[in-house]
Design a protein around this ligand. Structure first.
Ligand SMILES: Cc1cc2nc3c(=O)[nH]c(=O)nc-3n(C[C@H](O)[C@H](O)[C@H](O)COP(=O)(O)OP(=O)(O)OC[C@H]3O[C@@H](n4cnc5c(N)ncnc54)[C@H](O)[C@@H]3O)c2cc1C
Length: 492
């Protein structure tokens, strides 16, 4: 009997992971991707000797990526090389204080003492984080749980309450840490999923463990080498990838999807996996009715978007580490503006990556290449913003960086590029320009995203940041592996 045909819509990391895992499970797999290259948000810009990661720049949980190679008897290290970074992050505050994050307890204690945070507070917080991580990892991550019924069955009532259900992430942080510095730093781990620490449930405090226990990694030459490695693996496995092939329509017969249309041609499939986000896929590819879309929109609000700024400099700033955060003077207000009032922040917390600090191949000698990313609201019809509005924010950000120590930054820029939420939506078809998929919000969804299997068409599945367990590179790769397991079990 010939293998069943699976078509994957989109070659983001979630789609690639699903495609590889399904091929390894014996399916005949083909991918249709709208862009000219694979990787989705894992993207790269090379210009005038500078190489910028346009999307992700922090790799965590590499063991999840390793699982894409193991079933084929291969090793990830033969496809791309990774190295851990020290410090993990450098944190700059408006009053001139600078604090580094290290996974080594003695180094972390030295940093804590600089601002009067008792080191034992950090140790207690990290123990609390580790307990939450182990609990979340055991079911939600590894079993690919999708709903309350699955949670109740796997965890039972007693374990369920260990999720610290009645507090927000910030409340969990504030109950362990006493200085504003460390409260701001650990609140900002929510950056990994583009949500607000004041609205995310407390169990999101599992995130520091991802970094403190499993380390923080860089991919030599830039993170796009992950996509290049997966491309080689797919070639070896015989997975067909169609580029510049936007899917415009998914066809159905009754309660089954039968295939899709790309570039005007119909392609039949037994099973479809959509790496296009859930809401845009139902809306644009399946033309589902407005009431159904509205019911999804209630729960599956997009995460924040971002202003993604790349600067090639003619100099280096020695005070920068590889990863840097320039904190808002009023982080609570920053979160409220972006996630509750959906306004551009006056004083955002800014993430700045200078890969040139550890990788001499990404910038000309003696020069830094910077990617700067403040989180900003996703696109709102009730609050439309223009490229000029975003450009003004970019100026405020450069002002802030100059004020906080990057003296004469403007004068040293020899190359500049930036993307607004409008560009991000156009590039990846992401819902309202979201950069991590669905927001984690205690009141809207308790951090649950959409289920992997469609509730309307049993042979339609979803993968990526809008699906459990949500956004971030390792999570969408895990989602791809779990969706493959789900398909195999369902298809028996
Ligand atoms: C600026 C930025 C910084 C980030 N930083 C980090 C970080 O440091 N660490 C981290 O872990 N994560 C980070 N993330 C998040 C991470 O990049 C994402 O969570 C992850 O890459 C998303 O993968 P995905 O498979 O869900 O979706 P995507 O990467 O969006 O892939 C979806 C794919 O589907 C394609 N597609 C959509 N519609 C169609 C269609 N109709 N037909 C054909 N193809 C279609 C798109 O073109 C795209 O290639 C960052 C994201 C951004 C944007």
């Amino acid at each position: 009997m010939s293998a069943k045909k699976v078509i994957v819509i989109g070659a983001g990391l979630g789609g690639l992971s699903a495609a590889i895992s399904l091929k390894q499970s014996g399916y005949d797999v083909e991918i249709f991707e709208k862009n000219a290259q694979i990787g989705g948000k894992l993207n790269v810009l090379k210009e005038r000797g500078y190489t910028f990661d346009l999307g992700p720049s922090i790799l965590t949980l590499p063991h999840i990526f390793e699982r894409l190679f193991e079933p084929s008897g291969k090793r990830m290290s033969d496809y791309f090389s990774i190295r851990s970074l020290r410090p993990h992050w450098r944190n700059f505050f408006e009053d001139g204080v600078t604090l580094d994050l290290y996974p080594e307890p003695d180094k972390m204690a030295t940093e804590a003492r600089k601002v009067g945070e008792p080191p034992e507070n950090i140790e207690r917080f990290l123990k609390y984080s580790a307990d939450l991580y182990d609990l979340t990892n055991d079911g939600y991550f590894e079993q690919g749980l999708d709903n309350w019924q699955g949670f109740a069955k796997h965890y039972g009532l007693f374990k369920f309450f260990q999720f610290d259900l009645f507090r927000t992430m910030h409340q969990g942080v504030a109950s362990h840490l006493q200085t504003q510095y460390f409260r701001d730093i650990f609140d900002f781990f929510i950056k990994y999923v583009g949500s607000s620490a004041y609205r995310a449930p407390a169990f999101m405090n599992a995130m520091p463990t991802i970094q403190f226990r499993y380390d923080l990694w860089y991919v030599d030459g830039g993170l796009y080498h992950i996509a290049l490695g997966l491309q080689r693996l797919m070639e070896e496995l015989g997975i067909k990838v169609n580029l510049n092939a936007e899917v415009s329509d998914v066809r159905r017969e009754g309660k089954r999807v039968t295939g899709l249309v790309a570039n005007g041609t119909f392609h039949a499939a037994d099973i479809i996996v959509s790496n296009m986000e859930v809401i845009p896929a139902y809306e644009k590819l399946l033309n589902e009715d407005k009431a159904f879309i509205a019911s999804l929109e209630k729960k599956l609000e997009p995460t924040c978007s971002g202003l993604v700024i790349e600067l090639g400099l003619d100099c280096q700033y020695p005070q920068l580490a590889h990863h840097n955060f320039f904190f808002s003077g009023h982080q609570k207000e920053h979160f409220a503006k972006v996630f509750e009032r959906y306004e551009l922040p006056d004083d955002p917390t800014i993430y700045l990556v200078a890969a040139s600090k550890t990788d001499p191949t990404v910038a000309p000698t003696g020069c830094d290449c910077l990617k700067i990313l403040p989180h900003i609201p996703h696109i709102r019809d009730d609050h439309p913003l223009t490229r000029e509005d975003y450009s003004k924010l970019k100026d405020r950000i450069i002002d802030k960086l100059e004020r906080m120590g990057l003296k004469h930054l403007r004068k040293h820029v020899v190359f500049e590029h930036f993307w607004t939420p409008l560009d991000i939506r156009a590039q990846y078809n992401s819902n309202k320009g979201s950069i991590y998929g669905v927001v984690s919000d205690r009141w809207k969804n308790l951090a649950f995203k959409a289920p992997k299997q469609s509730t309307l068409y049993p042979n339609l599945f979803f993968v990526g940041g809008s699906v459990n367990p949500g956004g971030g590179m390792p999570m969408v790769v895990l989602c791809g592996q779990n969706v493959a397991k789900k398909i195999v079990a369902w298809d028996k």
